[in-house]
Design a protein. Structure first.
Length: 290
């Protein structure tokens, strides 16, 4: 595998070959004209908040769905036999909550994130634990043209990362890139939030109705889009998916759904068709011909 640029080298200043500001340039929020496709204004604020990355692990420690997520990850990516090499893409890797256990299971991990601060945290943990097969790459998930085809056996996109991409066409562009980058028959594991879970929240019916009405008037708003306050940021973006929407997005971008699990509203367990699911875990197979 031709390794992509390794973002551990933070000595450069300016724009790298992936079109992203390098580490030194990323310490301050760049102007909006540098905001990439699919990145909402609130997300652009988020990825340039160094303090969020520094305290991220403590903030998400003990999150309700952690045990379910870990179980599904082990089932879908059980490990590598001695002497074998399998590469997994961790899309929206953050500080390594998925990359590190994958590396400990024997996988070579290409950890991709838009936040240089998150990647720095991950690189530090990897060095501390002597995990030499984690390669950090700073990139926008919508713009991964610089990766060549068939570079990995599988990919994960967890903790609602796909929903942080603004615009359905941008989310589909990301899924197409991953289908190109994964070898035929390889798998992609995704977690997303469920659109209709909002009905269980305070004023959820009203907010859902307003989102639907706005989607009819505003071409930049889609049913399921929302902004919310998060750790001092007022404009965090999240898209919540309908099941059919997610399955259709995967089908149109070269994926075949082979497993779909419904997550409970509280995130603690998997659930059946009732009550309303809080989110979905989906395992899809790359359907392209070899």
């Amino acid at each position: 595998m031709n390794q992509p640029p390794n973002s551990r080298d933070s000595s450069l200043v300016g724009i790298n070959e992936a079109g992203m500001p390098t580490a030194s340039a990323a310490e301050q929020r760049p102007p909006d004209w540098q905001r990439p496709e699919g990145v909402a204004p609130g997300t652009w604020d988020y990825v340039h908040q160094r303090s969020i990355a520094h305290h991220y692990d403590a903030f998400v420690a003990g999150v309700a769905m952690e045990s379910v997520e870990s179980q599904i990850l082990r089932e879908c990516f059980p490990g590598v036999e001695m002497g074998d090499t399998k590469t997994i893409l961790d899309l929206g890797c953050g500080t390594g909550r998925t990359a590190i256990p994958l590396a400990k299971s024997g996988y070579e991990v290409v950890a991709i994130d838009l936040s240089q601060s998150m990647l720095d945290e991950l690189a530090g943990k990897a060095r501390k634990e002597s995990l030499e097969r984690i390669y950090t790459v700073r990139a926008n998930l919508v713009q991964m043209e610089f990766f060549r085809d068939n570079v990995a056996e599988g990919a994960v996109c967890l903790f609602s990362t796909l929903g942080m991409i603004q615009g359905r066409s941008n989310r589909q562009a990301m899924l197409k890139h991953v289908a190109r980058m994964i070898r035929p028959g390889g798998t992609l594991l995704i977690h997303v939030h469920h659109r209709w879970a909002a009905l269980r929240e305070p004023q959820g019916l009203r907010k859902t109705a307003m989102s639907w009405l706005r989607s009819k008037r505003d071409p930049d708003h889609e049913l399921g889009d929302s902004t919310y306050a998060y750790r001092g940021l007022e404009r965090m973006f999240m898209h919540r998916f309908g099941r059919r929407e997610l399955e259709e997005d995967l089908r149109q971008t070269g994926w075949q759904v082979i497993r779909l699990e419904r997550l409970s509203i509280d995130g603690k367990t998997l659930t059946g068709y009732w009550p309303i699911a809080g989110g979905f875990f989906v395992l899809a197979r790359n359907a392209k011909d070899g």
